[in-house]
Design a protein around this ligand. Structure first.
Ligand code: SAM
Length: 227
């Protein structure tokens, strides 16, 4: 999978791409680039934003700036871009990220994420360049970079090479294997700590009972609200 993130802070993604699971996915053939929204700006002094029409606080990322960045990297009119790759604008009010959406994104061969700053994007960027908008939750961050990292992290975990054990992503919270429920609880050594005991069943060696116990706990968490 090819992931490009357009941002005013491409250097933030150097740290992210150095993380072990990301390196694993990159080694297995995926790519992740942090690309500058500022580098190709047609405005003087590296400017990317302007004051909002109609007045109000804050600055808005300009449509001509985003067009210039997308054209420079892809060599096509950005209006055409969404026919060949999914172009997602990160916005607080977008479709809220969940496991189903992560699966959907992980199945895309090419994904572009647009990170806003300040008051956000000129709406024409969303209307004419983006395929859709995604939010990582109903709260407001200072910029789209951390949201892009959340999206990338969740997507990359599903890609070949990211996780050491090939089964690790299969039976996780919200997966089909757990029928969409949160995952069951895990325990490790010591079996007793400050009088807190690991459930006996997990020490029984009876794999059928253990599996049944885990399924029941996952169901319980699904109906009681996740912990
Ligand atoms: C300060 S926010 C803009 C908030 C905007 N004025 C509003 O009220 O919806 C700047 C940028 O951060 C990103 N951002 C902030 N919160 C986000 C969230 N919950 N999910 C995804 N992106 C977010 C978006 O790219 C946004 O354009």
């Amino acid at each position: 999978m090819e992931i490009d993130v357009f941002t005013l802070f491409p250097e933030w993604f150097e740290w992210f791409t150095a993380q072990r699971h990301v390196r694993g996915a990159l080694a297995a053939g995926s790519s992740l680039r942090g690309l500058s929204l500022r580098e190709h700006t047609p405005l003087r002094g590296g400017r990317v934003d302007d004051t909002p029409f109609g007045g109000g606080a804050g600055m808005v990322i300009r449509v001509d700036v985003v067009e210039a960045a997308l054209r420079a990297y892809y060599g096509v009119d950005p209006v055409e871009l969404r026919t060949s790759r999914r172009v997602v604008a990160l916005t607080p009010g977008g479709r809220v990220l969940d496991d189903a959406l992560v699966d959907e994104l992980a199945s895309e061969p090419r994904l572009t994420l647009l990170c806003g700053r300040y008051e956000g994007f000129d709406e024409r960027i969303i209307e004419h360049f983006a395929s859709d908008t995604i939010s990582i939750g109903r709260y407001v961050l200072a910029g789209g970079e951390l949201a892009a990292m959340v999206v990338c992290d969740a997507v990359i975990r599903k890609l070949p090479g990211a996780l050491g054990h090939s089964e690790s992503a299969a039976e996780e919270s919200f997966s089909e294997a757990l029928e969409g429920n949160p995952e069951y609880p895990h325990y490790t050594r010591p079996a007793e700590y400050r009088g807190w005991h690991v459930p006996d069943v997990l020490l029984s060696g009876d794999h059928e009972r253990i599996q049944r116990w885990r399924t029941e706990r996952a169901h319980e968490r699904g109906s009681n609200g996740a912990r």
